[in-house]
Write a protein that binds this ligand. Structure first.
Ligand code: NAI
Length: 479
């Protein structure tokens, strides 16, 4: 605690650099800045106490300061152990008007390179307020939501379940934290859960978890699925990845991508951006898919569609984008070419069998630099694994650039305002934002790019059965 602000970041002295990059990012985030102007005198988030779990980057700093400008109090943690940009975290704590000696910003608990124990400690800190608890969650991947839900569930049951050796480390560490926190206060999470008006979720994987909770009737509060706003998943997941995938590979390895064979597992929104990113560098790209529709799209886009086991001998790079588990197993890794690059850009590291790799008989790990490891198989073959299998665009590089994140975060701000101000109108289910707001977000960003939108005449609007002011498409339109 300094200047009355609780925080845990790597180095507050980095705040000045962070502030400079935040200033540059603000210009590239016209959506967020437009909301600051639009709500300058309204403060729609006054009274909101937002606990946020989302990669603590420069772009997220602009989001946090937008929420504050709209009247909210905020506490923040990162949703991944490697994704924090330490200078951004420091600048958010110091705030635009503070100094490292006298910070005046927002409590942040995040640094690059947390252990799993530290990660969950940060997440708990972010959800633990002085006095009254949080009343809103802003989540990315669903870990904050999971902590509140599992905590509530185990408090009701009167015990945290025990673990055995087969459980993944992550789960063991998570339960250990819950054991300690419920021992200290056996109604902590029930109280937090009861105080939450709603959660807004950023990504595909977190949204999946929310729909599962809702289907089981276990969702404790209403949720808005931000990911499936068109201006989020069809932009961030695709065009963001197109930029940040090769950024991560380049900063991690500096290997020439042109002429190489790159396998992309999954051809959803992220996979489409990943494939384009690698093809743009001159790689020959091969796609693996389980869904015939996405597989056919890949074929039509000019990529080969193959099974992973049939292309391991030629792949120079293998990138997973599925949001699924056990996609590349250690048996696959053992067959890869010498010094092939393996990385994941889906939300969780379980797309790659990292546990199996670590247990492989005779395997040796040589750390090259932070977030780059060479794994040496007993036959001398090696593979390069990026960010220990965690999302490599945020682990090896700085994630998506500001302009695309402005689209995503504009939807986050709209969703926070909606659930905070109108929570009584929402059941404990998962909702999406109205198309009109999606079009508003697109309009702001199109304007910033100097795009000229054609105006619909009244006659034309009647002919295609839409309003002159939009929405311009039906709900089932797929873009
Ligand atoms: P999506 O559902 O659009 O695409 C995933 C694709 O993987 C689907 O087409 C599915 O059929 C395919 N798939 C599933 N299992 C497979 C398997 N075993 N082998 C091959 N293909 C398989 O999801 P989206 O939006 O593309 O997101 C993917 C992941 O990326 C999620 O975990 C999401 O949270 C994450 N994400 C990461 C970002 C980052 O910055 N690193 C940004 C946005 C999303």
């Amino acid at each position: 605690t300094r200047g009355g602000i609780e925080f845990a970041v790597a180095d507050l002295e980095a705040a000045e650099f962070g502030r400079k990059e935040i200033r540059l990012a603000e210009h590239e985030m016209p959506g967020l800045m437009a909301f600051r102007r639009e709500y300058a005198e309204v403060y729609p988030l006054r009274g909101a106490r937002i606990s946020g779990s989302l990669h603590m980057t420069v772009q997220t700093a602009v989001l946090i300061e937008t929420l504050v400008a709209l009247g909210a109090e905020v506490r923040w943690a990162s949703c991944n152990i490697f994704s924090t940009q330490d200078h951004a975290a420091a600048a958010v704590v110091v705030g635009p008007h503070g100094t490292p000696e006298e910070p005046k910003g927002v409590p942040v608990f995040a640094w690059k390179g947390e252990s799993l124990e530290e990660y969950w400690w940060c997440t708990e800190k972010m959800l633990t307020w002085d006095g009254e608890g949080p009343n809103m969650i802003l989540d990315d991947g669903g870990d904050a939501t999971m902590l509140v839900h599992k905590g509530t569930e185990f408090e009701k049951a009167g015990a945290v379940p025990s673990t055995d050796d087969n459980d993944p480390d992550e789960w063991k560490v998570f339960l250990e934290l819950l054991r300690a926190s419920t021992a200290a206060d056996n109604s902590k999470w029930t109280t937090v859960g009861a105080g939450i008006r709603g959660v807004t979720e950023e990504t595909t994987t977190g949204v999946l978890r929310l729909y599962q909770l809702a289907a089981a009737g276990e969702l404790l509060f209403p949720a808005i699925n931000v990911n499936d706003a068109v201006t989020k998943s069809k932009f961030d997941n695709r065009y963001g990845i197109r930029h940040s995938l090769i950024d991560g590979i380049n900063r991690g390895t500096d290997v020439l991508i042109g002429g190489k064979v790159a396998v992309v597992c999954g051809y959803g929104d992220v996979g489409k951006g990943a494939a384009e990113s690698l093809r743009g560098q001159g790689a020959r790209v091969i796609i693996t898919e389980i869904d015939p529709i996405c597989a056919l799209q890949a074929a039509m886009d000019g990529y080969q569609v193959k099974r992973l086991e049939n292309v391991l001998g030629e792949a120079d790079l293998v990138i997973t984008t599925t949001g699924n588990k056990n996609v590349v197993m250690v048996e696959h890794m053992a067959q890869m070419k010498h010094q092939a690059i393996l990385g994941n850009i889906g939300h969780f590291d379980n797309e790659l069998d990292m546990a199996g790799l670590a247990r492989y008989p005779g395997i040796r790990r040589v750390n090259i630099k932070p977030q780059v490891d060479e794994w040496v198989f007993p036959n001398g073959n090696t593979i390069l694994v990026l960010s220990e299998g965690r999302l490599l665009n945020l682990g090896n590089a700085t994630g998506h650039p500001s302009f695309v994140m402005s689209n995503s975060f504009s939807n986050q701000v709209i969703a926070q305002i909606e659930l905070f101000t109108k929570h009584e109108e929402y059941d404990k289910e998962v909702f999406r934002l109205p198309k009109k707001l999606d079009e508003k977000v697109a309009r702001i960003h199109l304007d910033a790019l100097g795009g000229e939108l054609t105006k619909l005449s009244k006659e034309q609007a009647e002919y295609i059965d839409v309003d002159v002011e939009g929405p311009f498409k039906s709900e089932h339109y797929r873009y």
